[in-house]
Write a protein that binds this ligand. Structure first.
Ligand code: URA
Length: 212
């Protein structure tokens, strides 16, 4: 399961899809977003202001997946724009990653009331949207921010502390679990491991995109 990102580079070079596919992916994502905006499969939509679908490039080579929108995200309609998002922006900048080049989404698209963890049924109903986002964007690298995204996309019963620090190859993509930025705001001992993770993520990303 553990994977050297060199292999990911070769996989990616093998399937460079070109500009037409990029436009296609953008259109399909827009259609998926519209469908998601009309979704009433769980009760979360009744309690939130708006659906927070995603942010970033439809052909990003690196996708970040969080848990679900918080109050600020619900207000502004974009993922990771509150306190955790501002910290994420600083981590990305320090690692030399441009937020606009990436694709950022959450496991659930509607804010759970009082910022509680999304329930298993809510995750199950929303997961097809995330899976389709991953399929359409087709990023070789996916970062799972926090335990929920890790459990949902990588699986396993081990703690995030045990899972992080490695890449997991699943269906041709490399997934990296790391702590959620909100966890760093509560526990500064997590800053160092997250920084190590992002240095490695940036190294692989730059290798894949030819950015040095
Ligand atoms: N936390 C998340 O997991 N996602 C967001 O969009 C914001 C905070």
């Amino acid at each position: 399961m553990e994977e050297n990102c060199q292999q990911t580079l070769f996989d990616f070079l093998e399937k460079d899809k070109g500009a037409a596919e990029e436009r296609d992916s953008g259109l399909r994502l827009a259609a998926l977003e519209e469908k998601c905006r009309g979704c009433r499969l769980c009760a979360l939509r009744d309690g939130c202001t708006q659906v927070v679908f995603a942010d970033g490039s439809p052909r990003a080579r690196l996708m970040l997946v969080g848990e679900g929108p918080g109050a600020e995200e619900d207000r502004l309609g974009r993922p990771f724009v509150g306190a955790a998002g501002k910290l994420l922006d600083r981590i990305l900048e320090a690692a030399g990653l441009k937020r606009g080049e990436l694709y950022i989404a959450n496991v659930v698209k509607c804010r759970p009331p009082g910022n509680r963890l999304p329930a298993a049924g809510e995750v199950e109903q929303c997961l097809p949207y995330l899976k389709e986002q991953i399929r359409l964007v087709d990023p070789p690298l996916v970062v799972c921010l926090g335990a929920l995204a890790t459990r949902t996309l990588i699986g396993g019963s081990e703690s995030l502390t045990r899972l992080r620090g490695r890449w997991y190859k699943i269906e041709g993509r490399s997934y990296k679990p790391t702590f959620h930025p909100a966890a760093l705001l509560r526990d500064s001992s997590k800053k160092r491991p997250v920084w190590e993770d992002f240095k490695e993520i940036a190294r692989c990303y730059k290798q894949i995109t030819g950015g040095g």
